[in-house]
Design a protein around this ligand. Structure first.
Ligand SMILES: [Zn+2]
Length: 148
């Protein structure tokens, strides 16, 4: 696969090399499950309706499975029917976005602000009040019950 410019700089083992929380590729492989590595470090997508977090209804926060930065509150979680955990807003200072063309059309990729791990995508068909749908891979998140 030929990647150019920013996409090449962002993809593969270079992902997050300059992020505030950075590990070597070998360290990431050791730290993460194979499924989490494929999503967070290789921008993979988990199969829909496979994440146990879809049925997580306690109050709390969803943090990055790579670096444990809190990313989303249960206050903004909703059932999108897509089979992926969905939120209408991230926490402040939690995620950043980047346009990718992996399916041939522009999509807005969402990644962790601290470790640059790939989390999912954001779409404009979400509910009020933001109209955004943050479509997240559950394997990229860990749930911490408690204050939302
Ligand atoms: Zn992270």
């Amino acid at each position: 696969m030929l990647l150019t410019g920013a996409a090449a700089a962002f993809a593969g083992v270079a992902r997050g090399a300059n992020a505030p929380f950075a590990l070597s590729d070998a360290q990431w492989r050791q730290k993460l499950s194979p499924a989490a590595y494929r999503v967070l470090r290789q921008a993979g997508t988990e199969q829909p309706f496979t994440s146990p977090l879809l049925n997580e209804h306690r109050r709390g926060r969803f943090a990055c499975a790579g670096c444990d930065l809190p990313l989303f509150s249960t206050n903004t979680k909703f059932d999108s029917g897509t089979g992926w955990p969905s939120f209408w807003q991230p926490l402040a200072h939690a995620v950043a976005t980047h346009t990718d063309y992996e399916i041939g059309l522009p999509r807005t990729e969402v990644h962790c602000l601290r470790c640059a791990g790939h989390l999912g995508h954001v779409f404009d068909d979400g509910p009020a009040p933001t109209g955004k749908r943050y479509c997240m891979n559950g394997v990229a998140l860990v749930f911490h019950a408690g204050a939302a």
